[in-house]
Design a protein around this ligand. Sequence first.
Ligand SMILES: Nc1nc2c(ncn2[C@@H]2O[C@H](COP(=O)(O)OP(=O)(O)OP(=O)(O)O)[C@@H](O)[C@H]2O)c(=O)[nH]1
Ligand SMILES: [Mg+2]
Length: 464
Amino acid sequence: MKPDTIAALATGAGRAGVAVIRLSGPAAGATLQALTARDLPKPRVATREAFCDPRNGVSLDDGIALWFPGPRSFTGEDVAELQIHGGPAVIAAVIDACLSQPGVRVAEPGEYTRRAFENGKLDLAEAEGLADLVDAETEGQRRQALRQRRGALSSVYEGWRGRLIEAAALIEAEIDFPDEDLPGALAQRAGPVLQSLAADMASHLDDAHRGERIRDGFRIAIIGPPNAGKSSLLNALAQREAAIVSELPGTTRDVVEVRLVLAGYPVWIADTAGLREAADAIEAEGVRRALARAEEADLRVLAVEAGPDGPAWAQRLLRHGDIWLHTKRDLRWGQPTEIPGYKRRIRYEDLIKALPMMGTHPPGPIPFSVLDEIDVANLVDHIAAKVHQALGREEAPVLTRARHRRLVEEARSALQRAIPALDQAAELAAEDVRVAADQIGRLTGRIDVEDLLDEIFSSFCIGK
Ligand SMILES: Nc1nc2c(ncn2[C@@H]2O[C@H](COP(=O)(O)OP(=O)(O)OP(=O)(O)O)[C@@H](O)[C@H]2O)c(=O)[nH]1
Ligand SMILES: [Mg+2]
């Protein structure tokens, strides 16, 4: 059965100088011809056209047409692109004219990319990269999505899968042809391959969720006792009144989240309920949520009012590299110049250089006043440097989504079962290696494991 031809606006909704309408499928060429009332333009050459309604010849707009005969197109099918004026009425009229043609219907969400995947133009990881590229709001997200779109992740996954399939073939050869004159203990040869693969996967799993953080946002939790100035701090960072501030302890009872861009990466900052022995059930739930946020955050900012001794329990919530603030510095110490050893503006670059040294645990408290814009600017730089340190490394992350992490985790645990089974139960080991290859294959969705095993076996000169 011939697939439908799909049509949709490829550019954003709303008024714009130019809008692009894209057609993909077997009727794309005929539809373009019907709308221009002439032969198809030269492939891949922008051609000036007058578009009209094929039903009545009424002219609709002047624009540019592009013709990409399959398979050399984004979807691999015949594709026509109509560049028209970007007004809502023009777009509606041209789409309506396209849909009047036989076999043409409105595209479903993601259908162009899906067709490109089905026609082997890109694999699943690359398609996800493309979706992320379209959604990218920050520089870090753009770089990561572009790498993924260009197949950087796919080549890592395919490399893993190739090694797994080789190992599976070695083990299965041992099982199927035990009497053949093969070099001894084939399964043992698979051992080091599996070991090194498991180590590779482990090192990618142990990446502090860097790829996912770049994509979904680095998570910061502001925690501390009631009335310490946590909500004031959130508002200062967000530069708006996101959370309610009052002099009454226990004002914030739920988690209030704000999204920022720092050092080119998306960051979620959560203000939480003050930590104390709760007065009622609602406050108790607020405290529970605050602790949960602190637990799952990538960075904790502890706010404690500057005083002789802050609550010792609060510091126990901090981990290596977290930030501890002595808030309301202005009340206790007055002008910052009066604090011995307290430096004013610190530069972001200096912080990045200093960071590896200053990450010792526990961190010392930093005097802070929300009323002082230099304190706030210093803190923003300090946090940005931490985000940069966590996410900004040169080498590309391999796991950019929870889906990838789950599949790689499953593959690694299958390998961990397979390695000890190599000696005693080769069948079980072979099965687990196949499971691992299958999971990794699902990352790119490109080829069936059985197909590849068949291919590799056919090149094994064992069967005679
Ligand atoms: N002078 C001074 N007052 C501050 C500062 N930060 C916060 N405050 C005041 O301290 C009080 C409490 O501030 P909040 O930001 O509501 O404190 P919180 O930690 O969110 O409190 P809960 O939500 O009750 O846990 C308010 O009256 C703020 O105006 C500061 O740096 N200097
Ligand atoms: Mg608050």
